[in-house]
Design a protein around this ligand. Structure first.
Ligand code: SF4
Ligand code: SF4
Length: 177
């Protein structure tokens, strides 16, 4: 008789557990879907603003960027991921020599996305893109030149030369620094 009660008790517990499991399954079945179908969602995929896919140098419609080739980002990069190649050219208006950016080289393969370069840039010349599909078969393709061919620095970004008895001032994004 005792074994019969035990059998009934276990049967009841089994049915309860089965109902509980079905309840959880049904709740998940009816819950709004959060799984995204990739690659079908390529065009509609959204990322958080802080998502860092790769470093880019934004250019305006006149093919101008904001990089003055100061090299601060290169110095702050812990991995040697950035190379700022520059040269000195004479300004035809002032006759003074100034540094201009030749090539801004970025190696995506060694970047740890620490953001040190972006936060240390005094001119906000570099930023993060959100194009997350960066897989390549050839490692060499991870080396990129961020400044576009034929591009040059925005004229308002060029530092004003020091004048006697007056503090050096430059206008960046409409603000004096
Ligand atoms: S990206 Fe910014 S920090 Fe780097 S060289 Fe250009 S201006 Fe300087
Ligand atoms: S995110 Fe970090 S590792 Fe990558 S280039 Fe910038 S400073 Fe270097």
């Amino acid at each position: 008789m005792k074994s019969f009660y035990l059998y009934i008790k276990e049967l009841f517990e089994g049915i309860c557990n089965l109902i509980l499991g079905l309840k959880i399954s049904m709740m998940n079945f009816l819950r709004p879907k959060v799984t995204e179908q990739y690659p079908e969602n390529r065009k509609t995929a959204q990322h958080f603003d802080r998502f860092r896919a790769r470093l880019v140098m934004p250019h305006n419609e006149k093919n101008e960027h904001k990089c003055i080739a100061c090299g601060i980002c290169e110095m702050n990069c812990p991995n040697g991921t950035i190379q700022v190649l520059s040269s000195m050219v004479e300004d035809p208006e002032t006759g003074r020599k100034k540094k201009v950016l030749d090539k801004y080289i970025y190696d995506l393969g060694t970047c740890t996305f620490c953001n040190m370069c972006v936060t240390s840039c005094p001119h906000k010349a570099i930023a993060w893109s959100q194009d997350f599909e960066q897989a390549v078969f050839d490692r060499d393709r991870l080396y990129c030149q961020l400044n576009a061919e034929g591009s040059h620095v925005e004229s308002k970004t060029i530092p004003t030369p020091k004048t006697e008895g007056k503090q050096n001032t430059s206008t960046v994004n409409g603000q004096e620094s």
